[in-house]
Design a protein around this ligand. Structure first.
Ligand code: UD1
Length: 343
C-alpha cells in the first residue's frame, strides 16, 4: 500500500480547521496539526478521532516561535502540503490590539513560507476571507472584484497575507498556493462530535442565536433593519462548515496532482445565495421549533450591506459546490449547542 501523503494543518483544532482535518483523514491523508490552543481545546482531538477512527498527530506550539517552526520542518521533511488556519480572528480585538494581530497572523505566515520555499515542490492553502472585498460594487462577488481598504487590522492581515503569498509565489515557482476566500461558515459536523466553540461572547450571528436559544444570552441584537435590502437586514452568504472543509480537500488535490499554472490562485468559497439576518433567524425557528428572543438595534460599525459569492470559478476549476441547505446547516449548529450545554 502506498504511504499516505502527509499534510500539515495549522490551527487544526479550531472551528474550520478541525472539520477540514476530518475530511482530510477521511480522504486518506495523514494529518499533522500544529495549534497553540490559544482559541481551541485539545479535547477536539478526541472528537476528530471519534469520527475518523484515528487521532491526528498533534504538536502544541506558537508559530511565532520561529525556531520551533524550523525544527518542525526539519523533523517532518516529508510534508507535501500545508493548510494554514492558525490566526487570530476577532475583528473588535484586532482594533484594540493591532500589533498582536499583525505579529500573530503575518509573522506565522512568513515563517511557514520560509520553510516551504527552497525544499522542492510544496503546496500551500491560506484561509482568507470575503472581508477583503469590503462592500463590493457588484453582486454576486467574483474573484475579480477589487480588494477594498480593510475595515480592521484583522481584515488587513488577510489582504496583506494574500499579497505576501503572491509575492513569494512570483519568485518561487516550486511553491503552489491557493487562497480560499470564505464567506460565512456555519454549523457543526453531522456526527455532533465537533463544532464551533466560541470563547466568551460570540461575535458571529449563528453562535449568538444558538446561545440565546440555549439560555446563555438574554436576547439577540439584530444590527440594523434599515439597510437597502428586501427586509432591511444585512445579507450574507452562509456556508455549511463541512462543505467549506471539503473545498480545502479539492483545492489541495488540485495542487498536489496538477499544480496550478499560475502557481497562485484565489477562490471564493460560498454558496452563491444571499440570506438576510431575519431569514437566518426564521430558519433557526423552523428547525428548532423555538421562538427566538431578538430585538432590532442600531447598525454595527463596519458591517457591509450585502456580500454573497459568485462561486463559478470554484465550481468549474475545483469541481466543488456547496450542497447543504441553510436549514440543514442551522440544525447542526443547534444540535451542537444543545450537546455542549448538556456536557
Ligand atoms: C464578521 C466580520 C468579518 C469576519 C467574519 C468571520 C465584522 C464587521 N465582520 O463578518 O470581518 O471575516 O465575521 O466569520 O465583524 N449580526 C447581528 N447580531 C449579532 C451578530 C451578527 O445582527 O449579534 C448580523 C451582522 O450585522 C451581519 C450578520 O449578522 O449582518 C453576520 O454577522 P457575522 O456573523 O458577524 O459575520 P460578518 O459580519 O459577515
Amino acid at each position: 500500500m502506498a504511504k499516505p501523503i502527509k499534510i500539515l494543518v495549522t490551527g487544526g483544532l479550531g472551528y474550520i480547521g478541525s472539520h477540514t482535518v476530518v475530511e482530510l483523514q477521511q480522504a486518506g491523508y495523514e494529518v499533522v496539526i500544529i495549534d497553540d490552543c490559544s482559541n481551541a481545546s485539545e479535547a477536539v482531538l478526541e472528537g476528530i478521532a471519534a469520527i475518523t477512527g484515528k487521532p491526528p498527530h498533534f504538536e502544541r506550539f506558537d508559530l511565532r516561535e520561529k525556531k520551533k517552526v524550523i525544527d518542525f520542518f526539519n523533523r517532518h521533511p516529508d510534508i507535501k502540503g500545508t493548510i494554514h488556519f492558525a490566526a487570530s480572528k476577532a475583528v473588535g480585538e484586532s482594533v484594540e490590539k493591532p500589533l498582536l494581530y499583525y505579529e500573530n497572523n503575518l509573522g506565522s505566515l512568513v515563517y511557514l513560507l520560509q520553510q516551504l520555499t527552497g525544499r522542492g515542490r510544496r503546496s500551500f492553502i491560506f484561509s482568507s476571507s470575503c472581508t477583503v472585498y469590503g462592500q463590493a460594487d457588484a453582486l454576486p462577488i467574483t474573484e475579480g472584484a477589487p480588494v477594498k481598504p480593510a475595515e480592521s487590522p484583522y481584515g488587513n492581515t488577510k489582504q496583506i497575507g494574500e499579497e505576501i503569498i503572491g509575492d513569494t509565489c512570483r519568485v518561487h515557482p516550486e511553491l503552489q498556493a491557493i487562497s480560499l476566500r470564505y464567506f460565512n461558515p456555519i454549523g457543526a459536523h453531522p456526527s455532533n462530535m465537533i463544532g464551533e466553540l466560541p470563547m466568551g461572547i460570540p461575535q458571529n450571528l449563528v453562535p449568538f442565536i444558538t446561545q440565546t436559544a440555549a439560555g446563555l444570552r438574554k436576547e439577540l441584537s439584530v444590527f440594523g433593519d434599515d439597510y437597502p435590502t428586501p427586509d432591511g437586514t444585512c445579507i450574507r452568504d452562509y456556508i455549511y462548515v463541512v462543505d467549506l472543509a471539503r473545498a480545502h480537500v479539492v483545492a489541495l488535490q488540485r495542487l498536489l496532482e496538477e499544480g496550478n499554472q499560475e502557481n497562485y490562485e484565489v477562490f471564493n468559497i460560498g454558496t452563491g445565495t444571499g440570506t438576510s439576518v431575519l431569514e437566518v433567524i426564521h430558519s433557526f425557528e423552523r428547525v428548532s421549533g423555538k421562538a427566538l428572543n431578538y430585538q432590532i438595534v442600531g447598525r454595527r460599525p463596519g458591517d457591509v450591506t450585502q456580500a454573497y459569492a459568485d462561486t463559478s470559478k470554484a465550481n468549474k476549476t475545483l469541481g466543488w459546490k456547496a450542497t447543504t441547505a441553510l436549514d440543514q446547516a442551522i440544525k447542526t449548529a443547534w444540535d451542537w449547542e444543545q450537546k455542549i450545554r448538556a456536557l
